[in-house]
Design a protein around this ligand. Structure first.
Ligand SMILES: C[S@@+](CC[C@H](N)C(=O)[O-])C[C@H]1O[C@@H](n2cnc3c(N)ncnc32)[C@H](O)[C@@H]1O
Length: 323
């Protein structure tokens, strides 16, 4: 049975998405492509795909026309409206119109496995798709609509919030975080706001509010010039340095020889496809250091970068997400 699937990705990541799908699902054939949106033909019938570069995915029903609307599931179903490259708030009027036209049910009222109708908004037309509701699919771009608070020192605030939401990491007040590449301080601000104490390593200058925060300590040097014993114990290690991914890994693996965090969150810059192909080896490096749950994901707020995270068994158990 031939079926069509769709996946959305960040605008510009289509080639990376297609390469990942070809590696993971060799039977799929790419069919139609627009910025941030790719459909695939599957000869094996419906298939739910996932991957580092997948923002959302499901069965593709086709472009918005009466014949496609006739294929929508029977209520109750949820609705997820998303436009690659568009701010979620720009789609509020369309979301309201479609909610009324289709009679969808708010997602929190739906149980796991209920169907969700996806509407992917492209410049020339809308596409309909459908997927099974998964309340743990925390970053579905038609559902999760983060807004950068005006007081956040940088967009890295969003990256951190998304990473925590995706991983379910049990980050709590009173814990300690160490961040490599901390300036100007969006991620540190998010952690300080959650009641953690933070040590930042970066030769660049921090935002004044972070620098003066009583729970923030700054080491104004390159990580290459610091010995692990000069660094404090940490429950969480983060890296957001704008250096090659292999350098990030090298520095963090060196720290893991002496530091024993519950989890690590590494932003890896993706300058080329090679860096993307190396991700599974990077993930293996973390797994070899005793991280039970290891994942890679391009986050909604990312540009040319990807998150590699690892949680110890205890942190994964406390997260409630990884069973
Ligand atoms: C994307 S910015 C970090 C944003 C930051 N995480 C935030 O929350 O605002 C990248 C930072 O990495 C820093 N960096 C680059 N190489 C570094 C190194 N070897 N050691 C420490 N920091 C480094 C840069 O100075 C720059 O401030």
């Amino acid at each position: 049975m031939t079926d069509f699937l769709y996946a959305t990705c960040l605008v510009g990541a289509e080639k990376l998405l297609k390469a990942e799908m070809a590696r993971r699902y060799p039977d799929l054939r790419p069919a139609f492509m627009r910025p941030g949106f790719v459909t695939f033909k599957s000869e094996r019938g419906p298939l739910r795909v996932s991957g580092t570069f997948v923002q959302s995915a499901g069965q593709s029903l086709g472009k918005d026309e009466p014949a496609t609307r006739a294929k929508l599931p029977k209520p109750p179903f949820g609705l997820a409206v998303y436009g690659p490259g568009l701010e979620p708030q720009e789609l509020d009027p369309l979301r309201e119109t479609l909610t009324a036209e289709l009679g969808s049910t708010p997602l929190p009222e739906l149980g796991p496995g209920a169907q969700v109708v996806d509407v992917v908004v492209l410049p020339e037309q809308h596409f309909f798709g459908v997927h099974d509701h998964d309340p743990q699919d925390a970053l579905h771009p038609g559902v999760y609509r983060p807004e950068l608070p005006p007081e956040a020192p940088s967009r890295a605030w969003l990256k951190l919030e998304e990473a925590l939401r995706l991983s379910g990491a049990p980050v709590k007040a009173g814990q300690r975080a160490l961040e490599l590449g901390s300036a100007p301080g969006g991620a540190a601000w998010a952690l300080l706001s959650r009641g953690l104490s933070v040590t930042g390593v970066d030769p660049a200058q921090m935002d004044e509010r972070v620098a003066r925060h009583p729970k923030y300590r700054h080491l104004s040097r390159s990580i290459a010039l610091l010995e692990p014993r000069e660094l404090p114990a940490a429950d969480w290690i983060l890296s957001d340095m704008n250096v090659a991914p292999e350098q990030t890994l090298q520095h963090v693996l060196r720290l893991l020889e002496t530091l024993r965090p519950q989890g690590v969150f590494l932003t890896l810059k993706l300058k080329d496809e090679r860096a993307a192909r190396m991700l599974s080896a990077d993930a293996n490096d973390l797994a070899a250091r005793g991280f039970e749950v290891v994942g890679t994901r391009q986050l909604p707020s990312h540009r040319q970068e990807v998150l590699l995270y690892g949680l110890t068994a205890a942190a994964a158990a406390a997260s409630g997400l990884h069973r």
